[in-house]
Write a protein that binds this ligand. Structure first.
Ligand SMILES: Nc1ncnc2c1ncn2[C@@H]1O[C@H](COP(=O)(O)OP(=O)(O)OP(=O)(O)O)[C@@H](O)[C@H]1O
Ligand SMILES: [Mg+2]
Length: 263
């Protein structure tokens, strides 16, 4: 059951400059509620930076981000999570000493008043009265196919399953909008099939998803629409079929494959 209301995510003329590097350059797009939107582009095209700007990990150089009609740029990361936007990381951010179940319980605590540090020091003791938190965490682990791995620590999990653990942790915030940064990286074909099913299930629940991905099978199967970046700029937008036939998109990918940047 979603606690957050699914809503429009709208980025308007957003830019992020790192010195002379225009990582994101005057980018605008809209993700309507319940839509799975792919954000693709060659390496270094600005996908992760865009996600970092939406989720408050980075502050904008210029532009605005609105969710549910309200401006969210300028808010702190945890405030954005409370508005209903959660994320996973391209490079995993898991704690070596916490079990899979504890990771997901902790993710949920963004909604609670319990301070983060005491929770980190003793997740189970901090929540021992809160059976609901544990039940929900088990539910989200089950949803991503990690039932049976509750007591396992991250380094004992295969890489693909660690990525799924991050998805479970993101879901545990009761997010209505999920931003996934290359969830399929390192996954086996079987794990990708499970991820496709999971994304379909989340979509049926009305969750809005922004999906950064290089695995085209996944992108083409699950996305309703796709935004394509190159050098921080949007070069194409539309349904998967339209985008995959776009000459600019083909050129962007081929250009990079031939050996780096082609201005
Ligand atoms: N903190 C930073 N400081 C300086 N430059 C950065 C920083 N973060 C990203 N960049 C640069 O911004 C550009 C976009 O990087 P970004 O990580 O957003 O690309 P990406 O599309 O996610 O690439 P990949 O597919 O390899 O993950 C790159 O040129 C990168 O080197
Ligand atoms: Mg990236």
């Amino acid at each position: 059951m979603l606690e957050q209301q699914s809503g429009n995510l709208i980025a308007t003329n957003i830019s992020k400059h790192f010195g002379g590097v225009r990582a994101v350059d005057d980018l605008s797009f809209e993700i309507p509620p319940g839509i799975v939107c792919g954000l693709i582009g060659p390496n270094g095209s600005g996908k992760t930076t865009t996600l970092n700007l939406i989720t408050g990990t980075l502050q904008l150089t210029s532009g605005t981000v609105r969710y549910n009609g309200q401006q969210i740029n300028g808010l702190k990361r945890h405030e954005i999570v409370r508005r209903g936007i959660s994320r996973t990381f391209q490079n995993l951010r898991l704690f070596s000493s916490l079990s899979a179940l504890d990771h997901v319980i902790l993710g949920r605590y963004i909604h609670c008043k319990t301070p983060l540090i005491p929770s980190l020091l003793g997740v189970r003791s901090a929540v021992k009265e809160d059976t609901e938190a544990e039940e929900k965490a088990r539910h989200y682990l089950n949803m991503v196919g990690l039932s049976g791995y509750e007591d396992v620590v991250p380094h004992e999990l295969p890489y693909g399953k660690r990525k799924l653990l991050e998805v479970a942790r993101a879901l545990s915030t009761e997010a209505a909008c999920l931003c996934l940064d290359e969830p399929a990286a390192g996954m086996s074909e079987g794990e990708i099939d499970s991820l496709i099913n999971l994304i379909g299930q989340l979509k049926k629940q009305g969750i809005t998803i922004m999906l950064i991905e290089h695995r085209m099978t996944l992108v083409m199967t699950v996305c309703d629409r796709i935004v394509v970046l190159n050098y921080g700029k949007k070069i194409a937008e539309g349904d998967p079929q339209t985008v995959s036939n776009d000459p600019l998109v083909i050129q962007a990918y081929l250009g990079r494959r031939r050996g780096g940047r082609t201005q």
